[in-house]
Write a protein that binds this ligand. Structure first.
Ligand SMILES: Nc1ncnc2c1ncn2[C@@H]1O[C@H](COP(=O)(O)OP(=O)(O)OP(=O)(O)O)[C@@H](O)[C@H]1O
Ligand SMILES: [Mg+2]
Length: 301
């Protein structure tokens, strides 16, 4: 049975349609990503799913419950890291964890939680005095204080340095291996690509694609880009190969776009012509390329 079922969800703010006929399922134990640009409706969607906002249309089931009428029961079983969170400035880290644990039916070991999210040294520090990254780690830690079956993480790695980001990804994978289902809201392409089993791409309140990161890429038949350098003056014949879509050249640097096994073909043709290319490499399409193709524009950062 699915952990989450969203069917024809709709949410408006006055005349603005923030979420427009969105449907998806989340399966047990998966890391499910919701990816889209600012204002796409990601936070609205996951807050409706958590029972924090009331939808205008559609149905939602989460762990067998209806979040619009059973939010209190749901709260015991899910963890939540909200995009815009704040705590009283003078509340200390350890106190915040105790406070949240007091509401939990199955609280985790607090020392272990602080250790896992590298907050031991900050345990006596007031919320006000924490750095942005430390605050973020505290909010993530608080999402896990009640041993949730399902956790929502909205902009998980906002404000984290590259090392903390990687480490957080590893921890989320570990948590998933422990059986927790993870819903991850992000506008970071690399995060979706590296961490998610499946990704829902939303844009302007609508679901525009839903697949694994590789599935998103493969489904669009995006070109690969082969790059190499050579002093050979005439390469026009390369462009005539069936798999080659286009070729550009700046001095010695050659760039070829093409579909399928274009790297192998270009390489073998070059060798057959007695040309040994320098720095030959291929760049495969990424989730970012897929996103561009799906929405017709780059994501705003
Ligand atoms: N409480 C609200 N009242 C009115 N409009 C809102 C409210 N919350 C969100 N919106 C609008 O709904 C749209 C979707 O917002 P939402 O916060 O769901 O987007 P998002 O995808 O999470 O964006 P971001 O990447 O910036 O977090 C936006 O146009 C936003 O301005
Ligand atoms: Mg948001």
């Amino acid at each position: 049975m699915s952990v989450i079922t969203v069917d024809h969800l709709r949410k408006t703010y006055r005349r603005l349609v923030a979420v427009d006929d969105v449907s998806f399922d989340v399966e047990p134990g998966e890391i499910f990503g919701i990816l889209g640009p600012n204002g796409a409706g990601k936070t609205t969607t996951v807050e409706c799913v958590q029972g924090l906002r009331r939808p205008d249309g559609g149905t939602i089931r989460v762990l067998g419950l209806d979040p619009t009428t059973q939010a209190a029961q749901l709260r015991q079983r899910i963890g939540s890291q909200l995009q815009d969170s704040a705590l009283p400035g003078r509340l200390r880290v350890a106190e915040a964890v105790e406070l949240f644990a007091a509401f939990a039916r199955r609280p985790v070991d607090r020392d272990e939680l602080l250790a896992r999210w590298h907050l031991e040294e900050q345990r006596s520090k007031a919320f006000d005095s924490l750095s942005g990254g430390q605050r973020q780690r505290l909010f993530i830690a608080l999402a896990f204080v009640n041993s949730p079956e399902l956790v929502f993480l909205d902009e998980l790695t906002q404000g984290l340095d590259p090392q903390a980001r990687r480490e957080t990804w590893d921890l989320i994978r570990e948590i998933r291996h422990g059986g927790t289902t993870v819903v991850l809201v992000t506008h970071f392409m690399d995060e979706a690509e590296h961490l998610c089993d499946r990704v829902a791409v939303v844009d302007g309140g609508r679901l525009v694609a839903l697949d694994s990161p590789q599935g998103l890429i493969d489904g669009l038949e995006l070109p690969s880009v082969v790059r190499f350098s050579t002093a050979e003056p005439d390469l026009a014949w390369l462009e005539k190969l069936e798999e080659v879509e286009s070729m550009t050249r700046r001095r010695d640097a050659v760039e070829i776009r093409g579909a399928g096994p274009v790297l192998a073909l270009v390489a073998s043709e070059l060798v057959a012509h007695g040309i040994v290319p320098r720095d030959l490499r291929v760049d495969r399409p990424t989730v970012e390329d897929a996103f561009l193709a799906l929405t017709g524009r780059a994501i705003r950062r």
